[in-house]
Design a protein around this ligand. Structure first.
Ligand SMILES: Nc1ncnc2c1ncn2[C@@H]1O[C@H](COP(=O)(O)OP(=O)(O)O)[C@@H](O)[C@H]1O
Ligand SMILES: [Mg+2]
Length: 361
């Protein structure tokens, strides 16, 4: 079936995606965020274009143990459970909750029980279009065993599985078609670099802005990928790793962001945990966004994914960068109040209420 009929994509995009990057639409759109309609459809007259996330989906198997087993030893866990995760799935779930238009996840899972767990969790998370989540034959779904110790330490073993091996030798043309019609392409580093490069090339060729979250593999980012990225988003640790520079103070981060500009990335969106975030656009003054304080910080898992994805959602709506950051900070502030990644991602109305109350303070 043709992509158009399968996805019911409109023939023309509502607005050229590049306009959001140039900031040319920002003033006219400097309006309060609007409520999310009950159902999002691509055919909706003025819905923003889709957020497309290409990335990993992982079944995270948590086991609570008193200590790690020794070689040859079997230990009984006090408890265990499996949750959907992976940075691609996390960011798509967040987009699904927040975006006014549709959010697609392009991912590869295995034809196995974990794959079905992932599909079920994402469908349940609400709003994520799973049309392009394909079951790869011959590779298990990506999964991780997370061993949680009573002192809060953890040890993790990751099986890349379909996230790494499920992509054949070239990205599916239907995936590339979808990306060309997106309002933004959101990437991370838990799938092969060559996949990220191919999808970023498709986006670039169609004028679709590309955001790369630096989270995932602890390996250098290929220059070819950086050259295709419009907004690079590391946390302070990832920024230090990439540049080999210290990133403790704001001034150090400013310098390191400058090094990224020299590598060919015009915009660097740095996440700094409880210190907030900052956007460094080459040749412009940095934009700083403090955190929106949480009533109680329960678990920061997924805060970075929530921040990047919420930023992308606001960007697709043509919001000015400063407002995108506030929206992202509000979403991330809500995320840290609840345990888990996907279960803690807020819906749009909660973000808007927090933004309203934070404005009044
Ligand atoms: N304690 C906190 N209270 C409120 N917001 C927070 C807190 N910690 C993190 N955040 C928000 O989450 C964003 C992302 O968290 P961060 O730790 O920087 O990302 P990562 O998970 O990638 O390391 C921060 O920029 C901030 O807006
Ligand atoms: Mg952090």
């Amino acid at each position: 079936m043709a992509l158009e009929s399968r996805l019911r994509l409109p023939l023309a995009r509502p607005a050229p995606a590049t306009a959001f990057l140039s900031g040319s639409v920002s003033k006219a759109n400097h309006l309060p965020f609007s409520l999310k309609p009950a159902s999002t459809s691509l055919s909706a007259a003025n819905a923003p274009p889709p957020v497309v996330v290409v990335g990993s989906a992982n079944a995270d198997i948590y086991v609570e143990v008193d200590r790690l087993p020794l070689v040859g030893e079997t230990v009984a866990a006090r408890a265990g459970h499996s949750l959907a995760g992976g940075k691609g799935a996390n960011q798509a779930a967040c987009g699904g909750r927040l975006a006014l238009g549709p959010t697609y996840l392009v991912a590869r899972v295995g034809d196995d029980a974990n794959g079905r767990l992932l599909e079920g969790a994402l469908a349940h998370a609400g709003g994520v279009r799973l049309d392009r989540v394909a079951r790869a034959p011959g590779a298990p779904s990506g999964h991780a065993v997370v061993m949680l110790m009573p002192d809060g330490q953890n040890s993790i073993i990751i099986v890349g599985g379909a996230n790494m091996e499920g992509w054949a030798t070239a990205v599916d043309p239907e995936d590339l078609d979808l990306i060309r019609q997106a309002g933004v392409l959101l990437l991370q580093r838990e799938i092969p670099d060559w996949v990220n490069i191919q999808v970023a090339q498709a986006a670039k060729g169609a004028g679709v802005p590309v955001i790369l979250d630096a989270g995932g593999m602890d390996a250098p980012v290929p220059g070819e990928l950086l050259g295709l990225v419009d907004i690079f988003s590391p946390n302070e640790t990832e920024l230090a790793r990439l540049t080999g520079m210290p990133t403790e103070t704001f001034e150090q981060i400013n310098q390191a962001a400058g090094a990224c500009h020299k590598m060919g990335v015009k915009e660097v969106l740095v996440k700094r945990g409880s210190q907030g975030s900052a956007l460094f656009v080459e040749g412009e003054d940095p934009i700083r966004q403090p955190i929106i304080p949480a009533t109680e910080v329960v678990d920061t898992t997924g805060a970075g994914d929530t921040f990047t994805s919420a930023f992308a959602v606001a960007l697709v709506e043509g919001k000015p960068k400063k407002e995108c950051m506030r929206f992202a900070a509000a979403a991330a502030s809500l995320c840290v109040r609840i345990k888990g990644a996907i279960p803690s991602m807020p819906d749009r109305n909660a973000v808007m209420s927090l933004l309203e109350s934070a404005q009044v303070e």
